[in-house]
Design a protein around this ligand. Structure first.
Ligand code: AMP
Length: 283
């Protein structure tokens, strides 16, 4: 695996592959890698000639200082995992490299999608995500960008960014990788105790509860009972939402046909966890 720290070198190496008509797949991450990230790398490896992964803990997307400071860093283990998965290039820039002094910070007209759910509870988060993804896409210029369904709303935001900036890139969304007990893999799980990890499976259980109890008609009560379920297990729930899977508009009366997604964000002590599940009619 080629390890690259500078934008200049990244462009040079990637250009050499492009000149030779190699397709480039890109997996942006913040490190502390787990098998969820590796699923993206493996999908990338199957689809494109060259797989490049980036590890960069992007300061501008953290609205909570503690969350940023406590974000796990396991770089040596990450490198081992990436090498074992066959990743070709690791781009590992510094904050100075990505945000040089006095560099302009763009504002993106993301509209409705950045105001709701994660956007409501983490103001400015998606602007930060767009700042870094925009920079990374302009450097890597991949043919295919691989992102995880685990961050459902982020997928929609990135699609919007690609549309606004007219990037010529295909987006592939990879399904969420879970532990056998249902807990979605997340770098933040590293901050949970063993008992908390066990308790955290209640997020997935609640999503299943929503899926099992979903019926056409008024679904407001279902959201309320799902929230209560989490709160009684010791979570501080930011939201349990059932939304239109295509637009993320909250749905309170369901026609029994429209594809829906259930989304949860909840704290276990100071660790904020998110998860989601598609609620396809008839599934
Ligand atoms: P992060 O390092 O948390 O910024 O995540 C980097 C990429 O990995 C994002 O596209 C995430 O959606 C994706 N990802 C994170 N957790 C999982 C998971 N459990 N399964 C699949 N993809 C994931």
């Amino acid at each position: 695996m080629i390890l690259i720290n500078t934008i200049k070198q990244a462009k040079k190496v990637l250009d050499s592959f492009r000149i030779n008509n190699k397709t480039i797949g890109f997996v942006p991450t913040m490190g502390a890698l787990h098998q969820g990230h590796i699923a993206l790398i493996k999908t990338c490896k199957k689809t494109t000639d060259i797989c490049i992964c980036s590890i960069f803990i992007n300061p501008t997307q953290f609205n909570n200082k503690t969350d940023f400071e406590k974000y796990p860093v396991t770089i040596e283990q990450d490198i081992d995992l990436l090498e074992a998965a066959g990743c070709d290039i690791l781009f590992l820039p510094t904050v100075k490299e990505m945000y040089p002094a006095n560099s302009p910070k763009w504002h993106y007209q993301l509209g409705y999608v950045e105001k709701i759910l994660e956007g409501k509870y983490r103001p400015g988060h998606f602007q930060g995500v767009c700042q870094i993804v925009d920079k990374l896409l302009s450097i890597v210029m991949p043919h295919i960008l691989f992102i995880g369904q685990k961050d459902y709303q982020q997928c929609m935001v990135i699609k919007k960014l690609v549309q606004i900036k007219q990037y010529d890139v295909h987006i592939e969304i990879v399904p969420t990788i879970r532990q056998k007990n249902g807990l979605a893999l997340s770098s933040r799980n590293m901050r949970l105790t063993l008992a908390e990890k066990k308790n955290a499976t209640n997020i997935h259980k609640t999503l299943l509860y929503v899926k099992q109890h979903l019926k056409p008609g008024n679904i407001k009560e279902l959201k309320k009972s799902a929230t209560l379920l989490l709160n009684t297990k010791g979570f501080k729930t930011d939201y349990v939402e059932i939304a239109d899977a295509a637009t993320l508009k909250p749905i309170n009366k369901w026609d029994g046909k429209k594809p829906l997604v259930a989304l949860i964000a909840a704290y276990l002590h100071e660790v904020r966890l998110i998860d989601n599940m598609l609620l396809t009619p008839g599934a």
